[in-house]
Design a binder for this molecule. Structure first.
Ligand SMILES: Cc1cc2nc3c(=O)[nH]c(=O)nc-3n(C[C@H](O)[C@H](O)[C@H](O)COP(=O)(O)OP(=O)(O)OC[C@H]3O[C@@H](n4cnc5c(N)ncnc54)[C@H](O)[C@@H]3O)c2cc1C
Length: 407
């Protein structure tokens, strides 16, 4: 054991994935999560290309596949429910619009947490209130009153990262709103939904239903344009009011889906936004996942970036003998162009949903060769070193996978 103590803020996807790799590389890991328990909810997230390879290296193939939504594909529909277009989950070798590995965010978070809970210290219902770094370490004061010292601190606390604000500056400097808002919540499956996702679009707004593992329920999804976004991301009642307001008059099954808004156990709404930063670290403090480089749900790759980033960050730090400058620097060099390709896709998809108008850029031509190349870079465009010679305990507490992802 190196005895290196690392504090990670956030227990969603990036945090537990990083905890897995740090522990395997020999660090002692504490994860602090603001919520009182692991947060359920969120729509399906996808793992494509290299992210699938990271899941395989984590030994979590079988556990992740067992929790998949098993969505067969997607239909876009007209106001009467007639199918307009079809996308299949096995298109593009399983790495297409509906990925072969598609799992509810809350379920993936649970798999990662179950895998690490025995070897990692999880502290729920607390957060970092203050931190001060010197050459050898970081003194942390927790909101609950504890004071502790760590060698490294990593913020995996999402788009609205408090650690980023504390160390790097106010959110306005880094968060770019792409002009749309997304909302998700589960509803009783009174719509006869089978394994196919349905989506209806009308003048820049959309409503959809997605199958989930529990066939008695479905995941409702809404998207609407919003130039300004003033609603507090923790004020759920205000978010629901906003959704009702903005969805008024939308056709198809929208009124029936909205009728379940008040009894949803897992409502989630947020702006479609990206985080763009010149550096993802400052001294002994680094950032990972949405906190550092949110590509927005429109890229379909936020989870993939978090998983790949976790692997590289732990690997580079351990390979550098836990030297923050070399370790954080190596992680940035390896990740940056991969992140940029995914952010580009997020921006293009957001633009394609803009309502046409004189001041609006035309929708991109997704049929071009340039887009195929961009997708290739966004899915496969990062090398995963095997870090031979770097300690690897191979430890995973959860079920180990035997399935091969890339047969
Ligand atoms: C409830 C929820 C639902 C989501 N739903 C979707 C979805 O449907 N589709 C989609 O594409 N993306 C969704 N996302 C975002 C998606 O999870 C990320 O894009 C991606 O997986 C990268 O995850 P992350 O771990 O970097 O950030 P996030 O998943 O945003 O996780 C950040 C974590 O940090 C915690 N946190 C926040 N502030 C603090 C603090 N000060 N101290 C400690 N912990 C803190 C949060 O509670 C959360 O658990 C959702 C995120 C959450 C939290």
């Amino acid at each position: 054991m190196s005895g290196i103590r690392v504090l990670v803020a956030g227990a969603s996807i990036a945090g537990p994935a990083l905890a897995h790799w740090l522990r395997r590389r020999g660090a002692e890991v504490t994860v602090v999560e603001r919520a009182a328990e692991l947060r359920p909810g969120g729509q399906a997230v996808d793992a494509r290309g290299v992210a699938k390879e990271v899941i395989r290296r984590m030994g979590l193939d079988a556990a992740v596949r067992a929790a998949r939504t098993e969505t067969a594909g997607a239909h876009t529909v007209d106001v009467d429910g007639n199918v307009l277009e079809t996308y299949r989950a096995d298109d593009d070798g399983g790495d297409g619009f509906i990925a072969e590995i598609e799992i509810l965010r809350g379920d993936l978070s649970r798999v990662l947490y179950d895998d690490t809970r025995d070897g990692v210290e999880y502290v729920f219902g607390d957060r970092i209130a203050k931190l001060t770094q010197d050459v050898d370490g970081v003194d942390v004061v927790f909101a609950g009153g504890d004071r502790r010292r760590f060698e490294l601190v990593v913020g995996a606390d999402g788009l609205h990262s408090a650690l980023r604000a504390m160390v790097f500056g106010p959110r306005e400097r880094f968060v770019r709103h792409l002009g749309h808002v997304l909302a998700f919540y589960s509803v009783p499956n009174e719509f006869g939904l089978d394994r196919w996702l349905l989506e209806y679009q009308e003048s820049g707004r959309s409503a959809g239903l997605r199958p989930i593992q529990d066939a008695t329920r479905a995941m409702a999804m809404f998207c609407f344009p919003a130039i300004e976004f003033e609603v507090d991301y923790r004020d759920v009642a205000a978010q629901k009011r906003l959704l009702r307001e903005r969805m008024a008059g939308l056709g198809w099954l929208t009124p029936r889906i909205l009728a379940h808004l008040d009894d949803s156990p897992d409502f989630y709404l947020d702006q479609v936004a990206q985080v763009v930063m010149e550096r993802w670290s400052s001294g002994r403090v680094g950032l990972l996942g949405d906190a550092a480089f949110s590509s927005s749900p429109m890229s379909g790759q936020g989870t993939g970036l978090a998983l790949v980033g976790a692997y590289l960050l732990a690997g580079e730090l351990a390979a550098a003998g836990w030297d923050p400058e070399a370790g954080f620097g190596g992680y940035e060099r390896r990740m940056r162009s991969f992140v940029e390709a995914n952010q580009e896709i997020g921006r293009l998809h957001a633009r394609s949903r803009d309502v046409p108008g004189p001041d609006v850029e035309p929708s991109p031509d997704f049929e071009g060769e340039w887009f195929t190349e961009l997708i290739e870079r966004a899915i496969h465009g990062v090398e995963l070193p095997d870090y031979a010679g770097v300690p690897d305990s191979g430890a995973t507490a959860g079920p180990r996978g035997t399935l091969s992802v890339n047969p």
